[in-house]
Design a binder for this molecule. Structure first.
Ligand code: ARG
Length: 360
């Protein structure tokens, strides 16, 4: 469906996580702020992270951490450029500015994680209908690029704009008791999803329900993409799910990287794939991780199916990549990790050289 409506020379074209990367958007940390402490923000966080978010709501993230993360992003940009990849950046914005809609108001978060916001499927670049009020205008930073891609012949889609009224959030939500099935903070009031709750393997796209993605959001994507694609909903064992890319990461045709606990049963469709468990993270305990677990170590970016960008101090992941026949390209990223993501989150692959295929 999406192939027929974009121009053949579309600057947007990517079907999976591993074809040779030609153009990528890398996020920016400028202007990053802790968002207002709303229930949907608290839900995916650990108890310690909740305390930090509550205390710092509306304040900028610590300046020294931001400066160090900015420097790491610049190094990533240089590395990707050196690999022949065209690198694009969003426009800096002031996230302390408040905005409102009927029934609510908010300030913003950051433009550090384009992966959360933009989903590229074939020649279609889709703006995610995000459920956090603090991310309601997340597309704005990318609009100059999106317009350029549109002029260039890409398809540019946006699901129904979410209203984010109180009906979307479960009143009085609390964590599910230990051992009980996941209880989302969002309802089925309207379709919402974050782009990072999906990973792409050609005709098969894998997604999960989370604290940001509801069943209607997954169904919207399924109908939008039509018969060309199969959108599979996976149920993983993540107590605080938000974004699938630190739980299940397809790296190459036939190679699946998984979190050691969150994928208790590998989905049957991967039966002919080689599945390996991510090595233990080496991020030290004292290092601030405001909104992710240490398993952000497995949030890697593939430059092609033999080349993986790996955190510079992550010796186990470097060895893991090499053992699996891939070259590890090292980039320091630990300060960026503090903001909740790693190389996969920090990027969106706009164009990878390759065709639509089925890998199953
Ligand atoms: N929720 C994951 C974890 O805590 C982190 C996922 C980050 N991904 C992203 N695209 N921002 O392990």
């Amino acid at each position: 469906m999406s192939e027929s409506v974009a121009r053949p020379d579309s600057p947007v074209s990517a079907y999976n996580e591993w074809d040779p990367l030609e153009e990528v958007i890398v996020g920016i940390v400028d202007g990053a702020h802790f968002p207002p402490y709303d229930i949907e923000v608290s839900a995916p966080l650990s108890a310690e992270q909740r305390a930090v978010f509550r205390e710092n709501a509306g304040r900028p993230f610590p300046a020294d951490g931001i400066a160090a993360a900015r420097d790491e992003l610049d190094q990533l940009v240089d590395i990707l450029g050196g690999e022949g990849v065209k690198v694009r950046r969003p426009e800096p914005r002031d996230h302390s500015q408040s905005y409102s809609a009927p029934g609510w108001s908010s300030t913003g978060l950051y433009d550090a994680m384009p992966r959360d916001m933009l989903l590229v499927v074939g020649q279609d670049i889709i703006e995610a209908p995000m459920s956090w009020r603090s991310r309601h205008h997340a597309a704005s930073a990318f609009r100059p690029l999106l317009k350029e891609y549109f002029h260039g012949g890409a398809r540019w889609s946006s699901p129904p704009k979410p209203e984010l009224t109180d009906e979307l959030y479960v009143e009085g939500w609390t964590d599910q008791p230990e051992g009980e099935p996941f209880r989302s903070v969002i309802t089925e009031f309207e379709p919402t999803f974050d782009a990072a709750d999906f990973v792409r393997c050609g005709r098969d796209i894998f997604g999960q329900r989370s604290h940001t993605t509801n069943a209607m959001g997954i169904e919207w994507l399924r109908r939008h993409l039509g018969d060309t694609y199969r959108v599979h909903e996976l149920t993983l064992a993540d107590d605080h799910p938000m974004h699938i890319d630190a739980s299940l990461m397809p790296l190459a045709p036939g190679k699946l990287l998984i979190h050691p606990d969150r994928v208790p049963e590998v989905p049957a469709i991967f039966k002919d794939w080689e599945v390996r468990t991510a090595p233990l993270p080496v991020i030290p305990d004292g290092h601030p991780l405001y909104m992710t677990s240490k398993w952000i170590n497995m949030n890697v970016l593939m430059i092609d199916e033999h080349k993986m960008v790996v955190e510079a101090q992550d010796e186990p992941m470097r060895r893991f990549a090499e053992d699996w026949g891939m070259e590890a390209i090292l980039c320091p990223f630990r300060n960026f990790n503090s903001l909740g993501g790693s190389f996969h989150c920090a990027t969106v692959d706009v164009r990878r050289r390759g065709e639509l295929q089925s890998y199953f």
